[in-house]
Design a protein around this ligand. Structure first.
Ligand SMILES: [Fe+2]
Ligand SMILES: [Fe+2]
Length: 192
């Protein structure tokens, strides 16, 4: 009966600061209390990256199934994002009497984005306008995001909306919606 002995050769490699070339800059700690605007901005960033990836696929005339899979992921992410904003974030901001016109416009923009999303979801990636619709959706979302991050979020902060309290509700609702839509891998991507 041999006693289990750990091989002395198994030394933990010495930690050294790797000099990676263009690796992401050191992660800022996000543990300093989640804030609703930070979470929503993270979604914006994630979906922007997916649109970029789509653009590359489209330029490379990638296979329809590959483009469709990515477009569907974008549509699911945006649908969930819009829903949590509409259910939780916008009403809280509205209640704090933050720029009503801005909120009205944001809701109208959501409705238009959803129309485009519905069109994309009902199309075949081989249809002539498929790529164009995804591209236009991306441009549209960019504009919308600029207004949220540039105007609505700062106004919400100034109005002392309980952004930390909303963060928990947003995360919970988002995870529930994502798993309902079967997009568990998206959840993994977005909660890191
Ligand atoms: Fe947003
Ligand atoms: Fe929005």
């Amino acid at each position: 009966m041999a006693t289990a002995k750990k091989s002395p050769a198994k030394k933990a490699p010495a930690k050294k600061a790797p000099a990676r070339k263009s690796a992401a800059p050191a992660k800022k700690s996000t543990r300093a209390r989640a804030d609703a605007t930070t979470l929503l901005a993270k979604d914006h960033k994630d979906v922007k990256a997916l649109f970029k990836r789509y653009e590359k696929l489209s330029k490379a005339e990638a296979d329809g199934s590959e483009r469709q899979e990515l477009a569907e992921q974008i549509c699911r992410m945006l649908t969930v994002h819009a829903q949590i904003e509409e259910e939780i974030f916008y009403p809280a901001v509205r209640e704090a009497e933050v720029d009503e016109d801005l909120l009205d416009e944001a809701e109208v923009e959501h409705a238009s984005a959803k129309d485009l999303i519905a069109q994309i979801q009902s199309m075949s990636p081989e249809d002539d306008l498929y790529d164009a619709k995804v591209t236009v959706l991306g441009e549209y979302i960019n504009h919308h995001v600029e207004e949220e991050e540039g105007q609505m979020f700062p106004k919400a902060r100034r109005a002392k909306v309980d952004l930390e309290g909303l963060a928990g509700r947003l995360t919970e609702r988002k995870q529930a919606l994502m798993s309902e839509s079967g997009a568990t891998e998206d959840v993994a991507d977005m909660t890191s």
